[in-house]
Design a protein around this ligand. Structure first.
Ligand SMILES: [Zn+2]
Ligand SMILES: [Zn+2]
Length: 138
């Protein structure tokens, strides 16, 4: 826990919300094909929190799809508006991955890494200053 203000956000319609206390465990951009398809965008901006510092409220619709990296990726959408809000299983996963576009204040997101730049489309630029990985860090 830190003294910093909580990080809050949620879906487009407001039915699915979260609040997290403390600094994120990780923050970055992922250019993998799974993230592109799941978001309909060039990459997904993400930040992760330990499960015990984040509270999620509202109804979710969960999607479970085999992951590029193996295993099953669980993504959570608002049950009403369908916005993609977070990854992981609330109440089960050790950490929850928030998709940064859902933040109320997008300036609270400070990406450090770029993942799967190997799979990046030429029109989705990597901003300078990020640590780039062809796939994932070891
Ligand atoms: Zn919603
Ligand atoms: Zn990805």
């Amino acid at each position: 826990m830190t003294d910093s203000a909580p990080i809050e956000g949620g879906c487009l319609c407001g039915a699915l919300r979260y609040v997290a206390y403390g600094a994120p465990l990780y923050a970055g951009l992922c250019y993998c094909a799974d993230c592109r398809k799941a978001s309909g965008s060039g990459f997904i901006p993400f930040l992760g929190f330990a499960a015990n510092v984040i509270t999620i409220t509202g109804e979710t619709r969960r999607s479970e799809v085999p992951s590029l990296r193996g295993g099953i990726a669980t993504r959570n959408h608002c049950g009403h508006c369908g916005s993609l809000v977070f990854g992981g299983i609330a109440g089960e996963s050790d950490s929850i991955t928030i998709y940064a576009g859902s933040l109320d204040d997008p300036s609270s997101f400070q990406p450090q890494v770029a993942l799967f730049v190997r799979d990046r489309p030429s029109w989705a630029e990597v901003r300078p200053g990020l640590q780039e990985f062809a796939t994932m860090p070891d």
